[in-house]
Structures are given as structure tokens and as C-alpha cells.
Design a binder for this molecule. Sequence first.
Ligand SMILES: NC(=O)c1ccc[n+]([C@@H]2O[C@H](COP(=O)([O-])OP(=O)(O)OC[C@H]3O[C@@H](n4cnc5c(N)ncnc54)[C@H](O)[C@@H]3O)[C@@H](O)[C@H]2O)c1
Length: 338
Amino acid sequence: MIKRRRVAVIGAGFMGSMHAGIFANMVGSELAAIVDPNRVLAEAVAAKAPGCKIYDSHQALLSTERDLDLVSICTPDNLHLAPAAAVAEAGISIFVEKPISSKVEDAKAIIAACEAANVKLGVGYLLRFDPRYAAAKELMISGRIGEPIHIYARRNSARTEGPKRYGGKLPLALHVTVHDVDMVLWMLEGQHPVSIYAQQTDRLLGSSGTQDSIAAIVRFSGGTVVNFESAWSLPSGARHMIDARMEVIGTDGSFEVQCGDSGLYFASNEGSREIDTQHWPLLNGRIDGDLARQLGGLIDWLDGAAMPIATGQEALRSLELTLAMMQSAESGEIVRLG
Ligand SMILES: NC(=O)c1ccc[n+]([C@@H]2O[C@H](COP(=O)([O-])OP(=O)(O)OC[C@H]3O[C@@H](n4cnc5c(N)ncnc54)[C@H](O)[C@@H]3O)[C@@H](O)[C@H]2O)c1
């Protein structure tokens, strides 16, 4: 008989509602509770998961629910610490959406709280569960490209997506580039960043409190040089929803990850659009793709399976490098790292 892990999700917004739907539908988990001060959002989630309780705060959740196996934290980046620390103190394992936090001190406090309580901490870097990046990682481990010389990592999307949802609340780098930063650090195991130089533009989106694009060059301790490029300023009619690529050139070979094309287009007399088949597509009435693979892997990881779930320390490293990138872009100076 399969043990169903009892999971609560904190935050019933864009990501939390998808986490909740996935946990409610997986064989290995059940959605015990959803937490959000916004009752309407919480009720919409609970309506699709029989037996799911609703709470308006993590305090109310933790004072009532006794036998949770996991809490997934999907609040805004700057509001991860308070629920994470309280959940850890209650002795429950945590999954927190990326980035672990918007501040290094909060990230360290989350890690410390989990270590003190001896609970597991995973962070939501879902590209680790994208078959293309995951297979690329296997190529890296196999040594078939030799020593990595140069990496190019791009993630460009339309102004009608991210900026509409997060403009004014989130810097581009912390929302978008951080995914590639995690990927690069994951690929370059054993190397650490030593210097970074970045530039950004805000001609188009500056008035809504965010950036159009950011470009950064990072030198790593083993000599590998990485170019990061992210933009959320593509026009709404851009061919791809997310034009993402990674190219790794090594001493003996190279590989390319090409994610631009989802492979599915819808066209009508009003226009055309690409449909997600990669991150969280709805298939057979259920959320599938990288996010579902990641959360499925998370349940196995709770049961002790080896899974590439990003750890707290890994997420701290990607946060530190992304913040250094933002510092360089703002100051126009090279930032040197330890
Ligand atoms: N993995 C990815 O690709 C990806 C994509 C988008 C967002 N994210 C991350 O997911 C997290 C959530 O982002 P989102 O887009 O879902 O944001 P959102 O604004 O859509 O949802 C956040 C929800 O948290 C609720 N909330 C705020 N404070 C709370 C509290 N103290 N307790 C309980 N609920 C509270 C809000 O009412 C809101 O419903 C962020 O960390 C974000 O960076 C990850």
C-alpha cells in the first residue's frame, strides 16, 4: 500500500495553486491544507481537492494540523522566511519556491532553522527536472565534453508575461536569470564564481519598476567563462514564450540545450500563440511537465530517494551570485567574489 504524504501549501497564487493541484492529484501525496490570507484564492484551490482544509496564516495551519509530512512555501520571495522558520520549528520538511529568498540573511536563517530542527529543505529549481537540462547534466558528468571552457545561457520572454505579473515587485535577474545561475552552478560542480561584470537596461520597463534585460559575464575558479543573458522585453507577438538556450563548449566537445520551441502553436483569425508543453502544461486535466516531475521527485526524495532537488546551500549560492550580478549591473563595476 502506497503511503500518501500529507502536504500543505502556503500561498495560493500563481505557483501555489499549481503546487496544490499537483499534490492533490499524485498517487504519493494528498493536499491536506492550503494557506492564504486571500480567502477567494484559497477556496478556489480547495474546491478542486476534496478534504483540503483552508487556513489564513501559517500560524493557524501549524496550531491545528498535527501530522504533515511536507509544507510547500509559495509566498512572494521576500515572505519566505517567516513561514519557513515556523514550519521547520514544527519539525516538518520544507519545499520553498525559488529563489530561496530575496535576501542572503533570510536564506541563511531558513537553512539554519532547518538544520536546527533536522528537517529536509528543498528549493524549487524546476529546470533540473526538464529532460533536456537533466540529460545535459548527464553529459557533463560523463566527461564527454572534456573540461568546460565557455557557457552561454539565455532566457528571454515577452513583456506581456513576467513584467505584467511581477513588474515593480521583482528584479528581472532574481526572477528569471536565477534559473540559469542555478543550472550553471549545477553543471560546473567543483568550480566557484570569482568575478562578475553585468549591465542592464530599463528603457522600456523602468517605469514599471523592473529591467528590460540583463547581460553578465562570470569567470569561474576553474577558468570557465559564462555569459548570462535574460530579457523580459520581447514584444507580445514574439515567436516563443520563453526563448531559452544553453550552450556548453568543452575541450573535447560541446552541447546545446534548445528550449525555445514548445512544439505546439495555436492560431486563430486574431493571431497565433505558442502553448506551453514544458514547464506546467495541462494534460488530461492535470498539471504535467517540469513542475509535476519536480514535485513527484520531491515525494520520492522525502522517502529517501536520490533526487536532484536543489538544497538550501545550493540555493544560497545561486542567490549570492544573482545578487552580485545585480550589484555589478547597478554600479557598472566588476564584483569580485571570494
Ligand atoms: N519556479 C518557477 O519557475 C517560478 C515561477 C513563478 C514564481 N515562482 C516563485 O514562486 C513564489 C510565489 O510566486 P507567485 O507567482 O505564485 O506569486 P503570487 O503573487 O501569484 O502568489 C503569492 C501568494 O502568497 C500569498 N501570501 C502572501 N503572504 C502570505 C503569507 N504570509 N501566508 C500565506 N500566503 C501569503 C498571497 O496572498 C498570494 O496569493 C515566489 O517565490 C516566486 O518567485 C517560481
